[in-house]
Design a protein around this ligand. Sequence first.
Ligand SMILES: [Zn+2]
Ligand SMILES: [Zn+2]
Ligand SMILES: [Zn+2]
Ligand SMILES: [Zn+2]
Ligand SMILES: [Zn+2]
Ligand SMILES: [Zn+2]
Length: 455
Amino acid sequence: MVDIKGNSVIEENDPYYQSRVRADSYSPGSSSPSSSSDYVTGDADSSDSRGTIPQSLKSVEIMLSMSQETTEVELQDMVNRCKTMVLESAECSDERKWLVRRLIELRLRVQQMREASDQKLLETQLIMGHHFVPQKYYIIKTGSVYCDQCSGTIWTMLQSWYKCNDCKFCCHWKCLANVCRVCVHVIASEAGGYTHTMDICPEQGLSKQNYRCAECRVRITFKSAWIEPRLCDYDGLYYCQKCHWNTATVIPARVIRNWDMEPRLVSRVSAQFLTLLENRSVLPLEKLNPKLFTLVPDLALVKRMREEMQMMKKYLVLCTEAAVQGLPWKTSLRSHMVENSSNYSVKDLVDLQNGVLLDELRITYDAMQTHIMQQCELCKARGHLCEICGNDDVIFPWDASSIICQQCSAVHHRVCWSKHNHCCPRCPRLQKRLALKEQAAEDITTIAENVAKDS
Ligand SMILES: [Zn+2]
Ligand SMILES: [Zn+2]
Ligand SMILES: [Zn+2]
Ligand SMILES: [Zn+2]
Ligand SMILES: [Zn+2]
Ligand SMILES: [Zn+2]
């Protein structure tokens, strides 16, 4: 992602900006959060998850309540239980919303406890679902840092500032109280699963927004030279310059519909949301656009490799030797590639286009295949023999020269299968056995009925 900050000239001429700069100007005394204890804007217990408990969670609420006496171990236990319940709850339900909020509170409390015991450092702040961690003593090596609230530069060596652990929102200490953007991590967790819009830049016009910024509600109009409306290509809404920094990023809907990887300009909230989901495998691509698999040959290849890896995985998960080698999971940075064969992340698709994904997949694929077919006697012994030719060389379902019977899953040589008129010798045998079993069951029922009649 590239930040193109195009607002510095405008800000200097803007009377509103100037007065803001004066009021906010840095003074060493006021920049230490620890010296100002009344500046607590987010207390873990005051979040609104208390007020609106879904009826079904009334009993759970007691289980997940913390008091002054709650220990760190108990809290950690609650975190784990809450996490499991979040995963089990229905997507987009009130239950999930409540549980996610409670989970954030619990985690924050665990962190606060650790920090308190850890020489009472500056406190983590929970505001609008963000998990703001003080950054005062961290030295930033890469480029400038900008405040997501006021869009001004953060002088990292001089000013106290915070960064959200979950969404990377950066903020001056003095701007914490004004944060109005809900953490995109919370939004993404509440929505769950596939959360990208399929519409390409669903713009409805500035009048629909009453000529106000979609986020901070400041007045924006094309007539004013100072506050120019900026369109976000992801959500189609207009933002002010403070909330839209012309960040260029790949738009999922454009990739899915047109295989278009060209970065477009988006608002800060969209940029953070897209960064957060970039690596998550939330796109059931074939369902969303099956045509892509015929139009992009590499995508079809990835699909086939993933399907074959699913077959290999069945061997590897049962082999202790494979576990020692870190197979099947450790070989890939993207474990979802091995986990399932259908879901993709936006990053996968971008990496497919630039060649990184296929190289990475081949390494994993080869490691899995070599283990099963060459290195491990145990896995090899679980291979198949072709019943048609009776030959004793071991074959595997993902071999290009083998074919699987769709009815009984037996594996045969492709050549033998063709010669045998695509008939499986195992299927009739299984059918016969099944028929005998059914007959026996029928006989037993008849006898039982007769006995019952007689008595
Ligand atoms: Zn956040
Ligand atoms: Zn700021
Ligand atoms: Zn704004
Ligand atoms: Zn093995
Ligand atoms: Zn054969
Ligand atoms: Zn068969």
